[in-house]
Design a protein around this ligand. Structure first.
Ligand SMILES: Nc1ncnc2c1ncn2[C@@H]1O[C@H](COP(=O)(O)OP(=O)(O)OP(=O)(O)O)[C@@H](O)[C@H]1O
Ligand SMILES: [Mg+2]
Length: 206
């Protein structure tokens, strides 16, 4: 049995990661591929509990390093209990945010690459889709979605602009793994672009 593929979705607030993760998982299932849809921070009962604890404090309340330990503790649980076993079974994993989010949001908080190596070794996604949107669209979508907003959603345009720049720099640094997707279009159009990238890279039938 061939190992499954690990695909992550990244991008700023309201870029459409969760929307596209769902659509991609449905597309893969439609191709007859066993697929798990999951997310970070979270993805297991324990990691979801850590997520809740993490987001229960306002930004700046956590000691930066303690915050990193929480994120990596959740990631280790997620990898060992869900992601790695699924890939071993030949199941594909679609993950809404992963290590690039840590790079984009927590790079200054501590030794994130060292912590990643301790947590995951040389493991990396087979493909990362970076949903790229200008900050006004992100903020508009977050507003339109309404309901509960986490602390990052509430930040101003400057924050979203910087985040986008960081993500685009990551795509430059890892050009083989990270593919930029123009996420300004409507969700079905974006899903078509995502499917084209995934289909071509992994040689799927249409
Ligand atoms: N391509 C799109 N065009 C217009 N609206 C969209 C598009 N994709 C998603 N949306 C809508 O924008 C909102 C945000 O989308 P979604 O929750 O998928 O983004 P996200 O990147 O997961 O956000 P977050 O970072 O907050 O988790 C939702 O209301 C969703 O229905
Ligand atoms: Mg989301």
């Amino acid at each position: 049995m061939a190992r499954g593929k690990f695909i992550t979705l990244e991008g700023g607030e309201g870029a459409g990661k969760s929307t596209q993760a769902k659509k991609l998982a449905a597309y893969l299932k439609g191709q007859g591929i066993k697929t798990v849809l999951t997310r970070e921070v979270g993805g297991t009962e324990t990691a979801e509990a850590i997520r809740k604890l993490w987001l229960s404090q306002d930004e700046g309340c956590w000691d930066k390093l303690a915050e990193l330990f929480l994120i990596f503790a959740a990631r280790r649980e997620h990898l060992t209990k869900v992601i790695w076993p699924a890939l071993e079974r030949g199941t594909w994993v679609v993950c809404d945010r992963f290590m690039d989010s840590t790079r984009a949001y927590q790079a200054k908080a501590g030794p994130i690459e060292e912590l990643y190596r301790m947590t995951a070794g040389k493991f990396a996604p087979d493909l990362t889709l970076l949903l790229d949107t200008p900050e006004d669209i992100s903020m508009e979508r977050v507003r339109a979605r309404g309901g509960w907003q986490d602390r990052y959603d509430l930040k101003e345009a400057k924050f979203h602009r910087a985040l986008r720049k960081t993500y685009r720099a990551l795509a430059k640094k890892y050009p083989r793994r990270i593919k930029i997707v123009d996420a300004r279009n409507d969700a079905d159009h974006v899903a078509g672009d995502v499917q084209a990238i995934v289909g071509k890279l992994f040689r799927l039938k249409t």
